[in-house]
Design a protein around this ligand. Structure first.
Ligand code: UDX
Ligand code: ADP
Length: 477
């Protein structure tokens, strides 16, 4: 399909669609870029004059939006019109794990992909290139193709239309999305139509060196995305498993990670222990991989990858148990401060955040929590906790046990413990001596992200527990 691309549209204005299209608009001033979403509130926020109200927080995003919005970047709800005027359409909708039916709990729910494909089938005019950007199970392009091809037949008497489907998974990580989009380690484009592939290459060529653009068959492209996420998640589970062994043996996880990471074959990225991985992709993608493996009868392979998820869950339960044990085995009516609720620093996203699981378990154990996160809204925190707790103990009223604050003093006042769950830079600047004075004694700090410099604690009378530090004297208190 050889077409000159002038207008592109992205279905889905979320964490992937919004930032990706902002970068394309900024780098390709000759293109008109329209981002559409079913969610009117979200589109209104993308259009808000107050740039602090954008629905996605990402360093650098505000500047891009300011430069491009209403010039060549538009956020709209009129999906029909946007599809009709576009030459290339990106599908960037969410693909959550199925909650019920066949493959429940493992397979991805493709209902949003399917409805996007049906909208494209109905409203597109002429030749259109469709690009799957959402992380999806292998062979999803086939679903999209089938829907589009059958529409070609259905609508052929009314208007002439034809489609080419490409897979171009997005590898951006939240918190560094703009930098990842501007300097990608690679851009992957899968498909079998060279002209259509080159049309997408031409867009990326505006800022990405051609040697970084990989062209593959469509299934390799889809499977590469799942595999990359599975490998990354596996590293996190690996280092977290060793953090537990460090605590038992007297080794120090930061020393072990450094020594291991200096081997160039292993590399030093993704070796930070923590309360487990969160985010919208890792768990969902591994579940998907497990499902696909089982489907093809590769049960041992499925079991191998499932273990990465098990360790992730285990790490969260392990930390909750350590906290309760250190606080004399009971936390009923004890006040505990939680620092960080996002699944990682520099994002307002809480999807699959370990903070949800850990905080909820502490609430169920009877604790009163005060929670501070620099970017996550109060409503999101309460919604996440309620959704988790309702399935475990519907009698608990979350609001009675949780306060959200932006004040470190409030976090510390009368608290028995403070738990660091997200690696925000702000937490590195905390004056612990000052907070210590406000806490009830004996008081604890549980650093589950190893963000604290132990030297800052020398003068304070806090008990400190650091993840993976067997040699930390306070760990042994
Ligand atoms: C991930 C992939 O990195 C990205 O390529 C893909 O497109 C989407 O999924 P994201 O989930 O946004 O990105 O963040 P990432 O930086 O990968 O972190 C995922 C989780 O692992 C976070 O909870 C993070 O705190 C945790 N993590 C990461 C660690 O605990 N230790 C590490 O060393 C690295
Ligand atoms: P991601 O992290 O993959 O970007 P998000 O949940 O942040 O996921 O964003 C996906 C967006 O896709 C949501 O805002 C959702 O409303 C939107 N969406 C889902 N289905 C459709 C559809 N058929 N048409 C338009 N937008 C859709």
């Amino acid at each position: 399909m050889n077409i000159e691309v002038k207008t592109i549209c992205c279905i889905g204005a979320g964490y992937v669609g919004g930032p990706t299209m902002a970068v394309i608009a900024d780098k390709c001033k000759h293109l008109k870029v329209i981002v559409v979403d079913l969610n009117k509130e979200k589109i209104d926020s993308w259009n808000d004059r107050d740039l602090t109200k954008l629905p996605v927080y990402e360093p650098g995003l505000k500047d891009l939006i300011q430069r491009c919005r209403s010039k060549n970047l538009f956020f709209k709800t009129d999906i029909k019109k946007a599809i009709a005027e576009s030459d290339m359409i990106f599908i960037s909708v969410n693909t959550p794990t199925k909650k019920s039916g066949l493959g429940a709990g493992e397979a991805s729910d493709l209902k949003f992909i399917e409805s996007s494909a049906r909208s494209i089938a109905k409203f597109a005019i002429g030749d259109t290139i469709v690009v799957e950007k959402s992380t999806i199970p292998v062979k999803t392009a086939e679903v999209i193709k089938t829907i589009l091809v059958s529409s070609q037949n259905e609508f052929k008497n009314k208007s002439k239309k034809s489609f080419t489907v490409l897979s171009s998974p997005e590898f951006l990580a939240e918190g560094t999305a703009i930098n990842d989009l501007l300097n990608p380690s690679r851009v992957l484009i899968g498909g079998d139509d060279d002209d259509a592939i080159n049309s997408l290459v031409d867009i990326y060529k505006n800022w990405v060196k051609e040697e970084k653009i990989l062209k593959t068959n469509i299934w390799s492209s889809e499977l590469s995305k799942l595999t990359a996420n599975a490998f990354l998640a596996q590293r996190v589970s690996s280092i977290n498993s060793i953090s537990a062994l460090c605590e038992k043996t007297g080794a120090d996880i930061s020393e072990v990670a450094k020594a291991v990471g200096m081997d160039y074959r292993i590399g030093n990225n993704f070796l930070k222990p923590g309360p487990g991985f969160g985010g919208s992709c890792f768990k969902k993608d591994i579940l998907n991989l497990v499902y696909i493996c089982k489907f093809y009868g590769l049960n041992d392979v499925a079991g191998y990858w499932n273990q990465v998820l098990k360790i992730n869950q285990w790490q969260q339960s392990r930390l909750t148990n350590i906290i309760v044990t250190k606080l004399f085995g009971t936390i009923t009516n004890k006040k505990i401060g939680i620092l960080g609720f996002a699944f990682k620093a520099n994002t307002n996203d809480t999807r699959e955040s370990p903070a949800i699981n850990i905080s909820s378990e502490l609430i169920i154990e009877g604790a009163e929590l005060t929670i501070l996160d620099p970017k996550v809204e109060e409503v999101s925190i309460l919604k996440d906790l309620k959704e988790f707790i309702i399935n475990k103990d519907p009698s608990i009223k979350v609001e009675n046990q949780v306060e959200i604050t932006s004040s470190y003093e409030q976090i510390a006042t009368d608290a028995d413990a403070i738990i660091i769950l997200t690696d925000w830079d702000d937490f590195k600047k905390i004056e612990w001596q000052n907070l210590s004075r406000l806490m009830r004694k004996p008081s604890w700090v549980f650093d589950c992200r190893n963000t604290i410099n132990l030297n800052n604690f020398k003068e304070s009378d806090l008990n400190i527990w650091k993840l993976g530090f067997g040699s930390n004297i306070n760990n042994l208190k």
